[in-house]
Design a protein around this ligand. Structure first.
Ligand code: GLA
Length: 736
C-alpha cells in the first residue's frame, strides 16, 4: 500500500517510491502538514507540527487562535480565519462574506486515479500504477465541501493533487480563489527555479534564493505563456544537476496560473500553485461542482537532473496518449520559414519533390492556405481552401504529396478570428469582447469565445470538412495571441469572470473531440512558438513547437530549459535556414541537425534553394536521427553543459534505461584560443561495465572512468568536426 492511514494518530502517509508525504488531522479537525521528503520508516512524526509549542491549540487557548492558525503548517489553508499567509481558498458567500473554514469530515483510499472532469490529468497504466486518497473537508457555515485528491505513483517519486468543490447548501456562493495545492516546508533555505522568457526566448532558467515575502510567477494572459511556464522547483542552495534535494511542481493546465513561494515571519516556506486568482470567479449554485486542475509534485534527492528524469518518465508513460505515444514521429518539412505566405501548389510540390528524394517523410503546409489569406491580416475562421493559391484544391495537393510517398500535415489556428473574415462578419459577437469597449487587436486578430459550444461546433465542423476530404495525417494547432477585454456575449454578469477558465475548458473540449475522432492524426501544438508548452497540452498532443527561434545556438538554452520538466521527445525542433530568420546567425548545417535531433526533428527551409552541400547532408542526417531517436524517446536524459552558467559550450546525453548504450552530444559555442581540450565527465553509465565508442571498437573504457575522470572533448583542433564556433559532434557509447 502506498497510502496508509493510522487510525490512532489520525495520520496519513503517502509513499511514492522513495518519497514520503505525511499529514494528519489535528485539533479543531484541521489538516496539518507533517513531512515531505525522502522516505522514513516512522509513521507518526507529529512533533514536526510543534503543537506543543505556544501558542497552544485553540481548544486550550482560544485567546491565541489567530496566532495558532497563522503558524501551523496546513494542507489546504483558507482565507479569513487568521492565517495571514497566502491562502489556497477564498470565497464570496451569499451574504457577501469571504471567510471560509474547512475542517476534516472523512476520507477514502482506493486503487487507481480518477479522471478530472473536463481537464487533462495524468493517468495510471499497468506499468505505472497509482493509489488515491480523497479527504473530504467542509465549511459548516456555508456548506462548501472541498475534496482534496492526492494520487501516488508507486514506482515514481510523484504525487499529484487536485481539489473538487461542491456547494452542499441551498444558497449560491462564489469561489474567488481555488488553488490546487499548498505545500509547507519547515525552513526557508531554498532556491526557487523557474522557467521564464519571451517570444523566441522561451523557458530560460532562472534561479534565486528565497527571501521574506512572496515570490511568484504567473500568467494572466489566458494561456500558460512565453513569459512564465507553469513550473517551479524549490531546491537546497547547494543542489545542482546531480546532488541535493529538489521539489518540482508543474501545473497540468494551459491558462492563467500562479506558482508562489512565501517565506513567513518564522522563516518557513509555503508554496502554492493553481489557477491565477487574479480576475477569477466561479459561481456554484446549490449542488454544483468545480474541479481545480492537477498539480504534479516530484521529489528528487539527487539533484535537478533526477527531478527532470522523473517528470520525463511520468509524462512519457502517464500523460501522453495516442498512436504516437511510443512511436518515432515522421520527419517533416514545414514551409513556414521557406515561403511564409508566398506559395502556391507548384511551389509546395517542388519542395515536397526535393524533400521526398532526400528521405523526408511528411510535408506540412503552414499558415496561408485558407480564406483569402496572403498575410496575417485576414481569414482566420474561414477554414476553406484558398483556391487561387492552391490551384486544383487541397485534395489534389495532398494526393500529389502522397504519391511522392510522403504524408501531409496542415496548420490551423482554430481559436482565432480575423476581423476580415466571413466568420467575423456573420458572427461578430463570437469574439471575446466587452460590449461598448474597443477591442484590442493583436497580430490583426481576435480570440473566439470558446466558452460557447456553438462556436466550438462551428469551427470543428469546418475543420472536419477539411479533414474528411483529404488525407491529412498531422495537424499543427496554433494559438497566436493572448486574451484581452475578457467578456462573453453569452454569459450572465455573475458568470463573466468564469470566462478565463471556461475558455481553457473549451479548448480542451475541442482538442479532445479532434483526437478522439481522428486518432491517427498526429497533433502538434504551437503558440507563437512555445507559449503553450505545458502538461495540459501534452495530454492532447505528444509534441509542441518549442520556439519560433530555430537558431541552433539559441535553441541550446531553450531546449535545456524545456527539458527541466518536459521530455525531449515532445519538443518540436527543426533544422532551418541560415542566416537564421530570428537572430541572423550562421551555424553549420551539421550542428543544426545535432540540435534538432534532441527533439522531434524536421526541416523548416526551402530545400530547393539551400546550398547543395547542405542538401547533400540531409540523407545522412536523417539516418543519424533515425538511429538515435529510440534513445531520445525512451532513454534517460542527462544535462552536462549549462549555457546559463557558461555560454561557450554545451553537452548532454541520452542513456538507455538498461545502460547498454548512450548518445553524447557536444556543441562548441565559442572556440577558446590556445586552450587544451575540455575534460567532460559523462553521466548515467554503468560504472562496472566497459564501453567503447562506436568509431573505436577496440578501445574499452570503464563506465567508472568515463563518469569519474571523463573524456577529452574535442581531442584536437579540427578533430571530429569540432572546428570553429558553433561546431558540434556526437559520440555513441556501446556497452561491451
Ligand atoms: C506562429 C508559429 C509559426 C507559424 C506562424 C504562422 O508564429 O509559431 O511556426 O506557424 O505562426 O502564422
Amino acid at each position: 500500500m502506498s497510502i496508509t492511514y493510522n487510525e490512532k494518530s489520525r495520520s496519513f502517509k503517502l509513499r511514492a517510491n522513495n518519497t514520503d508525504y505525511m499529514f494528519k488531522v489535528i485539533n479543531g479537525e484541521y489538516l496539518g502538514h507533517v513531512y515531505y521528503g525522502k522516505k522514513v520508516p516512522d509513521e507518526d512524526m507529529d512533533w514536526l507540527l510543534r503543537l506543543d509549542e505556544s501558542p497552544f491549540t485553540p481548544e486550550t487557548n482560544n485567546r491565541d487562535r489567530a496566532v495558532y492558525l497563522d503558524t501551523t503548517p496546513f494542507e489546504y489553508p483558507c482565507f479569513g480565519i487568521g492565517d495571514y499567509r497566502e491562502s489556497a481558498l477564498k470565497i464570496l458567500d451569499s451574504e457577501g462574506m469571504s471567510t471560509c473554514d474547512l475542517r476534516y469530515v472523512s476520507h477514502k483510499i482506493y486503487e487507481g486515479k480518477p479522471a478530472l472532469e473536463g481537464l487533462p490529468a495524468t493517468f495510471t497504466t499497468d506499468k505505472s500504477p497509482a493509489q488515491t486518497l480523497e479527504v473530504t473537508m467542509l465549511d459548516a457555515h456555508t456548506g462548501l465541501e472541498a475534496v482534496l485528491v492526492y494520487s501516488v505513483f508507486e514506482n515514481l517519486d510523484v504525487i499529484t493533487r487536485s481539489v473538487r468543490f461542491r456547494n452542499t447548501s441551498d444558497k449560491p456562493l462564489k469561489l474567488t480563489r481555488a488553488l490546487s495545492a499548498c505545500v509547507e516546508f519547515d525552513h526557508d533555505k531554498f532556491d526557487m527555479i523557474t522557467l521564464n522568457g519571451s517570444w523566441a526566448r522561451e523557458r530560460h532558467i532562472e534561479r534565486a534564493p528565497l527571501h521574506h515575502g512572496k515570490q511568484s510567477i504567473d500568467s494572466c494572459r489566458g494561456e500558460s505563456s512565453h513569459q512564465n511556464n507553469p513550473f517551479a522547483a524549490l531546491c537546497e542552495h547547494n543542489a545542482d544537476e546531480d546532488r541535493g534535494e529538489v521539489f518540482g511542481f508543474n501545473f497540468v493546465y494551459s491558462g492563467n496560473f500562479i506558482a508562489q513561494a512565501e517565506v513567513t515571519q518564522h522563516k518557513k516556506t509555503r508554496f502554492v500553485m493553481g489557477i491565477n486568482p487574479l480576475d477569477f470567479e466561479w459561481l456554484l449554485e446549490s449542488g454544483e461542482t468545480f474541479t481545480a486542475p492537477e498539480v504534479v509534485m516530484v521529489h528528487s534527492d539527487e539533484g535537478i537532473g533526477k527531478m527532470s528524469r522523473i517528470f520525463h518518465d511520468l509524462y512519457r508513460e502517464n500523460l501522453i496518449r495516442g498512436e504516437y505515444k511510443n512511436k518515432r514521429r515522421p520527419i517533416l518539412i514545414n514551409n513556414w520559414e521557406a515561403t511564409y505566405f508566398d506559395f502556391n501548389t507548384d511551389k509546395i510540390l517542388s519542395i515536397a519533390k526535393e524533400a521526398s528524394k532526400l528521405g523526408i517523410e511528411m510535408l506540412v503546409l503552414d499558415d496561408g492556405w485558407f480564406g483569402h489569406r496572403d498575410s496575417d491580416n485576414s481569414s482566420l475562421g474561414d477554414w476553406f481552401v484558398y483556391e487561387k493559391k492552391l490551384q486544383g484544391g487541397l485534395k489534389h495537393l495532398v494526393d500529389e504529396v502522397n504519391k511522392l510517398g510522403m504524408k501531409f500535415g496542415l496548420w490551423f489556428e482554430p481559436e482565432m478570428v480575423s476581423p476580415d473574415s466571413d466568420l467575423y462578419r456573420a458572427h461578430p459577437d463570437w469574439a471575446i469582447q466587452i460590449k461598448g469597449r474597443d477591442m484590442t487587436l493583436c497580430r490583426e486578430q481576435y480570440v473566439l469565445d470558446y466558452s460557447r459550444k456553438e462556436v466550438r461546433d462551428y469551427v470543428y465542423s469546418m475543420m472536419k470538412n477539411i479533414l474528411d476530404n483529404a488525407n491529412i495525417e498531422y495537424i499543427k494547432w496554433d494559438m497566436n495571441r493572448q486574451l484581452t477585454e475578457v467578456g462573453s456575449a453569452a454569459l450572465p454578469a455573475e458568470r463573466q469572470r468564469e470566462l478565463w477558465h471556461r475558455y481553457v475548458l473549451g479548448v480542451y473540449d475541442l482538442m479532445g473531440r479532434l483526437t478522439t475522432d481522428y486518432p491517427h492524426i498526429l497533433l502538434e501544438n504551437c503558440s507563437g512558438g512555445g507559449a503553450r508548452f505545458d502538461p495540459g497540452i501534452l495530454y492532447f498532443s505528444p509534441q509542441i513547437w518549442c520556439s519560433d527561434d530555430t537558431d541552433a545556438i539559441e535553441r541550446l538554452k531553450i531546449q535545456h530549459g524545456t527539458s527541466i520538466c518536459y521530455p525531449c521527445s515532445t519538443m518540436g525542433a527543426h533544422v532551418s535556414d541560415c542566416p537564421n530568420h530570428t537572430v541572423g546567425r550562421n551555424t553549420p548545417f551539421r550542428t543544426r541537425g545535432h540540435v534538432a535531433m534532441v527533439g522531434t526533428f524536421g526541416y523548416e527551409l526551402d530545400v530547393t534553394r539551400i546550398p547543395q552541400e547542405d542538401r547533400d547532408m540531409i540523407p545522412a542526417q536523417i539516418d543519424e536521427f533515425k538511429k538515435y531517436n529510440p534513445l531520445v524517446r525512451t532513454g534517460d536524459h542527462y544535462r552536462i553543459g549549462n549555457m546559463f552558467e557558461d555560454n561557450t559550450w554545451d553537452a548532454w546525453m541520452f542513456v538507455a534505461k538498461d545502460k547498454s548504450e548512450a548518445l553524447f552530444e557536444f556543441v562548441q559555442v565559442m572556440a577558446r584560443p590556445n586552450m587544451r581540450s575540455r575534460r567532460i565527465k559523462l553521466k548515467g553509465l554503468d560504472p562496472d561495465a566497459y564501453y567503447y565508442e562506436e568509431s573505436e571498437p577496440d578501445k574499452l573504457i570503464s563506465g567508472a572512468a568515463l563518469m569519474n575522470a571523463g573524456i577529452n572533448c574535442a581531442k584536437a583542433w579540427g578533430a571530429d568536426g569540432i572546428k570553429g564556433d558553433y561546431s558540434s559532434k556526437i559520440l555513441h557509447y556501446i556497452k561491451h
